[in-house]
Structure formats: C-alpha cells, structure tokens
Design a protein around this ligand. Structure first.
Ligand code: DON
Length: 560
C-alpha cells in the first residue's frame, strides 16, 4: 500500500505525457530535469554510462551550449551547487570584469550611463567562466574521463540537431551584431555548428587550456579587436573558477542550502524564507490580497538589502551571517502591517545587528544520491549578440549586472551601490539561485530557475507552494507566479506583476493598499527534482527521484 502511495504521489507530481515511463525507469536510478530535450538526453546518457551527477551536469552544460544558445553557453558563466555524501559545496564560474574595465566604463563624459553599451556591445562581455567551472567541478568530483563528457555536445554540434519551432522563431528574431550570421534555419531543419564543434574538440583535448589559451583564446581576442571589446589574453589566462561554501538556513525545519555571493540568490532566498516563516501563509490563503501584500513587503526589504550589501565577496565584505540570521529577519519584518504598504521611498536597507538575488537551470540526481543544481547564463537572451567568429559561440553581456553607475538601475531595474561597482577582475552581482532543500536531514528538493531578479522570488514561491500550500512538486512549479521588487520597475508607483490577472476582489484590495497591478509574460523556467522516499518497518524501501519541468518552457526529464 505504502509503495502504491509513493507511486501515486510520484505520478501526481510529474509533468508531461511521458510521465509514467519516467517514474518507472527512474526508480532508484538517476534523473535529469533540464530546459532542452537533446541536452537532457546528453546528461542521462552519461548517467547510463556510469557517470555521477557531476559528470552528467558537465555533459549537460556543454550540450546546452549547442542546443540552447540563448542561455546555454561557453562564453558565459554560472553557479553549480553539489551535494554528495560528504555535504554540499559549490562552484562559482561567474564572469569577471576584464583588467581594462573601470568604474566608469559605461558612462559618457558627463557621467551619464550610455544606453545599450553594457548590453549590446563587445564591452558588455565579462571574461567567460563556464569552461573553467566545468574543469574545476570535474577535477573535484568527475568519475568519467573529461573527453567522454564532451562527446554528446561535439556530436550535437558536428552532426546537428533538429530545430524545434521555438528555437527557429527565437533565432529569426535575433538581429543584433553578428548573431543573424550564425542563428539560421527553419523549424524541422538540422542545425549544424562546425566552428563550435571544433572549439568543443579543443576543450575536450586540452581541458581549460582548450578555451583560455591557444586557438580559442586567440579567436576571442581577435573578435575583441574587431568588435571593440576589451578582453585580453591575460584576462583569459588569469580567469579562475572558485569553489565556495554555500549559504545555509532553514524554513519550517527544512534545511535550505543555496548559492553564496557573488550571487545574491541564496542570501535573498533565505531572507525571504526567514521573514515569511513568522507567518502562516495557508491561513491567509494562496494568492489572497493579504498573502500577496505580505510577500511584496518582504520582497521590498530583501531587494533594498541586496542593493546595499551585496557584491563580489573577494573584494567587498558581504555580511552573509548577519543578513541570513533569524534575528535580522525578525527585526526587518517587524514594521510590516497588514493594513499599510511601505512606500518605495521609505524602504531603506536594514540596520544590521552586530556580528556574533535568458539564463537557464537544470537539476541532476544520480543513483548514489549525489545531486547537482546548476544555473548558467549569458545574461540577456543570446548575450551581447556577438559570436566569436571562427569559434562559433556567443559572448555574454554580463557586465550589465554591475552597477554601471552606483544608484542607477540595470536592465532588470535593480540597483546596486558601491559593493557592486565595476573593478578589474571583479565578479558582478548575480541573482542566480541553485538550491537544495532537505527534509529530516535528507536531500528532498533540487531546484532553480532563470529570470534575472525574479530568480530568487521564483525559487521562493516554489518552496512555499510545496512546503506551506501542500502542492505536489509539479503543481508547485506550475502555479501562477507574481513578482515585486524594489525600486519599483516602470513608471507606476509600486507595481506587483502577475503572470495571470488576479481575481477582481484581490486586485481591488491591492489597489486600495496603493499597489499598481500589472500583468506580464512568464516568470521563470524551473527544472526541479524531488526525492520521494518510501519508508517501511526496516527503513527506506525505495527512493524515487521525480522530475518537474516547468510547463512554461520546453524542458524535459530524462532518466538513467
Ligand atoms: O546573474 C544574474 O542574475 C542575471 N545575469 C541572470 C539573467 C537572467 O536570468 C535572464 N533570464 N531570464
């Protein structure tokens, strides 16, 4: 009976038409939940070949660079969170500012931000981190040979893959810089990338030197000269991915582990959870005006703290422990009133007690219980729109995540201050939030999403939907999302944006409090895994990884 209940639960919490097969095949086997089917298959093939979750994640990351070029990348960066029997660690492969970058890189002679410069030019590109990140992860945890992990990506680039309707439409809409020369083809045609295949082969043969030195490095620097960029050979040679201790907290007794700075994602997620924990969301009702107002008030405070305190931890002292403490959450949440909205102008950063936040995400678990939660990006969709000619990959526009002018919002409307000012070698602040949630000491949820500043508010909503509102993982992922941030995005005084218009009464109540109610496009593209455990008289009888791919995207699960 008990096992049946587990299967029923597992069945209920998986999306897609091949759900039943996934569950039967994934029983006590590894599982991948990723944003593009060819890439999911690449990861699963590595699991089938006996690789572990990190091996599969590396293969998936390289495959995404081929089949999901709007966000998958060689010329970008990201964050990988890893769980093994020894605990959790993370790999920070965030881009860095080139040595020739400086505080006023994107300002004109009058000190004003030059529109578009940090987004659509070669100077928008930070030094890419992805290849170094994968090499470091492989050195620490890889079990299959490095070249083996590049094989699926090389095959997809060399032999091509069939363009789906979404990718063909997306390619056709790209006209920036030289992107239209590369992003060609109609739905149903094979998309072959010979230059990219050659670059991947160099990486397979030489490891990180296949990217940061030799032919690939030379081609990057040539592109910089052609396009007016500033990444030099020495920037490439010096780039280092870093292993970092994740941030950790709890939510209603569940341990939560997420990404540390230079991403704001983990700290922001913990702050959101800490402040919400003081309330009982089901008592307020899912997406009632009271629930939405409470969360908006909490989000406002978290964004204000993000802009004040967060930046590259190697160059700026980020008060991680204090920001993520329950005491600080209590203090920060105290002035929140159900009857009154805090005006944007009244939100300041908190007074910290003394010491004592197109990207893409995938999740992987293997048969041994190891897990990877990995979020990676070029920042904007297709980065800065510049392909490195001869090498066949896109460069990021991650430099826009710095504060071009401290106090002035970036493309996502988020503000940063001194902590996130541009400096040579510095990592720009991120919102990426690859996360694990543990139940009774054991790994339970593996999740993350793209979406700029909606990243951590989305991960937050999925956790709260699962933990507080009793939704299945698939329901928690599919549920309509909303977002609020500080400072307000757009012209309205204080907007809350919704994927689906709220009920009339909820809208009226929010407007009465002073919010502007906006309806916007999709928020996020979550790819999550839940480990369902069946416990019998003699301990665990079955461990079933169940995937949930966001119905907003075209992701797929694939099992070992
Ligand atoms: O690091 C960050 O937070 C941003 N560069 C992420 C950008 C993003 O998620 C865009 N995708 N929708």
């Amino acid at each position: 009976m008990r096992m049946l209940a587990v299967f029923a639960l597992a069945l209920a919490s998986c999306a897609g038409s091949d759900v039943r097969q996934d569950i039967l095949r994934s029983l006590e086997k590894g599982l991948v939940a990723a944003p593009e089917p060819n890439a999911s298959e690449a990861g699963a093939a590595i699991l089938r070949a006996g690789g572990n979750a990190v091996d599969a994640a590396i293969a998936l990351q390289f495959a995404l660079a081929v089949t999901f070029p709007n966000a998958g990348n060689l010329g970008g960066g990201g964050f990988m969170l890893v769980h093994t029997k020894d605990g959790e660690t993370s790999f920070d492969y965030r881009e860095t500012a080139p040595a020739a970058a400086h505080r006023d890189l994107f300002l004109d002679a009058k000190g004003d931000v030059i529109p578009g410069m940090s987004l659509d030019t070669a100077k928008a590109a930070g030094v890419p981190g992805t290849v170094a990140g994968m090499a470091l992860a492989h050195k620490r945890f890889g079990s299959l040979p490095w070249e083996r992990l590049l094989e699926p990506a090389i095959r997809l680039a060399e032999e091509g893959w069939t363009l789906d309707a979404w990718s063909a439409r997306s390619f056709a809409s790209q006209r920036r810089n030289n992107s239209a020369d590369y992003l060609t083809g109609k739905a149903g045609e094979r998309f072959v990338q010979k230059e990219l295949a050659a670059t991947l082969r160099r990486i397979a043969e030489k490891g990180r030197d296949g990217f940061y030195a030799g032919e690939t490095a030379r081609l990057i620097v040539e592109e910089m000269k052609r396009s007016g960029g500033i990444i030099a050979l020495r920037d490439l040679a010096r780039y280092e991915a870093k292993e970092r201790k994740p941030v950790e907290g709890s939510y209603r007794g569940h341990r939560v582990v997420s990404m540390a700075p230079p991403s704001s994602g983990g700290i922001a997620l913990l702050q959101l959870l800490n402040m919400l924990e003081r309330h009982d969301p089901p008592l307020l009702g899912f997406h009632s005006a009271e629930h939405l107002h409470l969360v908006a008030e909490i989000e406002k405070r978290v964004f204000a703290d993000r802009s004040e305190y967060l930046g590259d931890p190697d160059l700026y002292p980020v008060p991680v422990a204090r920001l993520t403490s329950k005491e600080y959450a209590a203090e920060r949440a105290k002035p929140i009133s159900p009857a009154k909205k805090t005006a944007p102008g009244d939100v300041t950063h908190g007074a910290l007690p003394r010491e004592k936040e197109e990207t893409t995400h995938f999740s992987v678990v293997d048969r041994w219980g190891n897990a990877v939660s990995n979020t990676t990006t070029l920042n904007g969709s297709y980065g800065c729109g510049i392909f490195v000619r001869g090498a066949g990959f896109l460069l990021n526009n991650e430099m826009d995540d710095f504060s071009a002018k401290p106090g002035v919002p970036n493309m996502f409307g988020v503000i940063g201050r001194e902590a996130n000012a541009i400096a040579p070698g510095k990592r720009m602040l991120s919102s990426m939030c690859p996360t694990f949630v543990f139940k009774e000491g054991k790994l339970w949820l593996v999740l993350g999403t793209p979406g700029g500043p909606t990243i951590f508010t989305t991960v937050f909503q999925v956790i709260v939907n699962r933990v507080d509102f009793g939704k299945t993982l698939a329901e928690a992922v599919a549920a309509p999302r909303f977002h609020h941030q500080w400072p307000p995005l757009g012209k309205d005084a204080d907007p809350i944006s919704f994927e689906k218009p709220p009920a009339d009464a909820v809208k009226a109540a929010l407007e009465k409090l002073g919010y502007a109610v906006h309806v916007r496009g999709r928020i996020g593209d979550v790819h999550a895994i839940e480990i369902v455990r069946a416990v019998g008289f003699h301990g665990e009888r079955a461990v079933v990884p169940v995937g949930a791919c966001d119905p907003r995207g075209m992701g797929r699960t694939a099992s070992e």
